[in-house]
Design a protein around this ligand. Structure first.
Ligand SMILES: O=C(O)[C@H](CS(=O)(=O)O)OP(=O)(O)O
Length: 244
């Protein structure tokens, strides 16, 4: 149900998909974030002309889409699945040979989070630091309450997705109110670290995990602000781009 125009919209933050059952998503917009690296890769792909991205839970379901003409992207525990066309490096999605193609994608955390909410929420958005401002501008014009769902890591809280939730709450504080302690905590954390997010996240568990795989360029890219101005929106089960 839409909010009336004069009622202040609210933000809540779900810090892990394991906590999702505690949130009522009916009639609300949900913003999914998986900074390292699924949602950053999705926004990169859309900004580079991919028609749509269909998220899958399992490798098998995703692989089957190859026969329907999809490019298949598969990652588990940070590594590209060998038989797949793409893994989960956002830099690999900047290749224009994927323009005008559809991608089927499965990742360790991000695609599961999308799948968990896509049938319940009003609108499902895909967010990343690389399109932060575009997403903020889009959300200013929405009437519904917002739940930010942090994809986390295998059910655990993580710092980078939560920091992004704090950024959204911080930049929307004139447009949305909150009495959610998770949102308030992350907003303060972001406010304090906004000019130095790379240094702040240097010791985060996922940063270490990616550093161990020698993909420092991915980390840098995922923590860059406003490279693209597309919005990622889920429509009929697929993520599509909308210009801000
Ligand atoms: O590719 C990634 O960065 C992660 C894999 S893991 O968390 O490092 O195992 O997948 P994502 O679904 O993007 O969190």
């Amino acid at each position: 149900m839409s909010q009336t125009k004069n009622k202040m919209k609210r933000i809540e933050t779900c810090l892990s998909p394991e906590l999702l059952h505690l949130y009522n998503l009916q009639g609300k917009n949900v913003l999914i974030v998986d900074i390292f690296r699924a949602t950053t890769s999705m926004i990169s792909a859309l900004a580079n002309g991919v028609i749509s991205i269909r998220p899958f839970r399992s490798l098998e379901e995703c692989e089957a889409m190859k026969h329907e003409g999809f490019i298949i992207a598969g990652e588990r525990d940070g590594k590209k699945v060998e038989s797949f066309d793409l893994g989960n490096s956002p830099l690999s999605y900047l290749n224009h040979t994927f323009s005008n193609r559809k991608i089927a994608m499965t990742t360790t955390n991000g695609t599961l989070a999308i799948d968990a909410v896509k049938a319940i929420a009003n609108k499902v958005l895909i967010g990343a630091f690389i399109n932060l401002n575009a997403t903020i501008e889009y959300l200013k014009n929405q009437e519904e309450d917002l739940v930010i769902l942090c994809a986390g890591w295998k059910g655990k809280f993580n710092l980078e997705d939560s920091l992004y939730a704090g950024a959204i709450a911080y930049f929307l504080s004139k447009d949305y109110t909150t009495d959610c302690d998770g949102t308030l905590a992350m907003k303060s954390l972001y406010q304090f670290n906004q000019n130095n997010i790379k240094a702040f996240l240097a010791n985060a568990s996922h940063t270490k995990r990616l550093q161990n795989q020698n993909i420092e360029a991915d980390i840098d890219f995922c923590l860059s602000y406003d490279i693209f101005d597309v919005i990622g929106l889920v429509k009929d089960g697929e993520i599509i781009a909308q210009q801000s």
